[in-house]
Ligand binder design. Structure first.
Ligand code: GLY
Length: 372
């Protein structure tokens, strides 16, 4: 039940191994990549408690010793201070240009450790071992690394591809239901942006996947990684098509900023709400049928997910403030907001040609539901 997706970038090609138990391959794969018999792992405190022993045992079976730095769990870790801590620790561990660093955790750890690897000695190789669904289907693949700035999310970073990704789907079993479903927001995104048949399949298999069906989990992670690999191969540095992966993200980033990047709204929850709003906007602009946003919302609702701005607890700013927050997004080009809209399920496209009034009215209506 193991799948392999190959990311075919010239000079930087790598495999993504997906399936229950692929963690056990960490030792043999990494031993084959590096002469050094010692590996440095960057992880977080929660993942360390649950899974670090298994990773270190897997490395040991191939004669690799390891040391780990466990950073605090949570988005606040993606900051200059923790990046400095991680890079100084790697230097103290005498990591050299030929060595391999392991990023072992969710999106926060993958982004931070990947960025540390990108800048350490002008770049060392790293292996992503993603432990959350969101990291397995999105952030561990494609080489976006970085940290947050007080000015915004992910504003400091580099493209640095991993040398290998091990997506062990058995590790998903320790996620809370909320974290699993947040990651599922990114899975749905793939169907919505480019594969209507995958969205059909998710409508039928999503609840089995949620309750632990391993075949369904492997298949969903594999299809998501195939789609991401295909897009990244076409457009590694987001000059064009890669922006399709940002379906739902313009709305999401404004909502995350409005809720202070707090526990009120997880990133994947914001992506799901953002996808529903992007379809709503597409329907209002006459690009897709009215049934499409209804179908998106119905599936998210069936999965027990946040679907609408109304599902976000606490106060929110007004529609104009949300629109202004969208304007601070790093996807703005020449002052114009770039949206990913859709001509139907599986048919997303990129446009800067969206009337602000239409966005404002989608937000005003959603906020009215929030207050009612
Ligand atoms: N998460 C979007 C991307 O990797 O481009």
């Amino acid at each position: 039940m193991t799948a392999t997706v190959h990311v075919d970038l010239p000079g930087r090609a790598y495999d993504i191994l997906i399936g229950p138990g692929v963690l056990e391959e960490a030792g043999s794969r990494i031993a084959a990549m590096s002469r050094r018999k010692h590996v440095c792992i960057i992880t977080d405190e929660n993942v360390a408690k649950l899974h670090l022993g298994a990773l270190q045992a897997a490395l040991q079976t191939s004669g690799l010793t390891s040391d780990a730095l466990a950073l605090p769990a949570g988005e606040a870790t993606k900051c200059w201070a923790e990046l400095e801590r991680a890079t100084e620790w790697l230097l103290a561990q005498k990591v050299e240009r030929d060595d391999v660093v392991i990023a072992f955790g969710g999106g926060v750890i993958g982004d931070l450790a990947g960025f540390a690897a990108a800048i350490l000695r002008r770049g060392v190789r790293f292996v992503q071992i993603p432990t959350s669904l969101l990291a397995q289907v999105d952030s561990s693949v494609g080489g976006k690394t970085g940290i947050n700035s007080p000015s915004g999310k992910n504003l400091i970073g580099a493209f640095h591809q991993p040398s290998l990704v091990l997506a062990d789907t058995a590790l998903l079993g320790t996620l809370t239901q909320r974290d699993f479903l947040a990651g599922y927001g990114e899975v749905v995104k793939y169907g919505l942006l480019g594969d209507a048949a995958f969205f059909d399949w998710l409508e039928k298999q999503g609840s089995a996947m949620r309750t632990g069906d391993m075949d369904a989990r492997v298949r969903a992670v594999t299809r998501s990684c195939e789609m991401k690999a295909d897009i990244v191969q076409r457009d590694e540095t987001e000059q064009g098509d890669r922006a399709l992966l940002n379906l739902g993200h313009t709305f999401c980033h404004a909502l995350e900023a409005a809720t202070g990047y707090s526990d009120r709204l997880l990133h994947g929850e914001g992506v799901a709400i953002g996808c529903a709003l992007a379809f709503e906007l597409s329907a209002r602009l006459g690009l897709c049928s009215q049934e499409d946003p209804s179908r998106v919302r119905a599936h998210l609702r069936d999965m027990g997910m946040k679907v609408d701005i109304a599902d976000i607890p606490g106060d929110l700013p007004d529609a104009q403030t949300l629109l202004d927050l969208m304007g601070q997004d790093k996807k703005v080009q020449d002052g114009k907001l770039r949206f990913i809209l859709a001509r139907g399920i599986g048919e997303a496209f990129i446009t800067s040609d969206v009337p602000h009034d239409a966005v404002l009215s989608v937000l005003q209506d959603a906020l009215a539901r929030h207050q009612s």
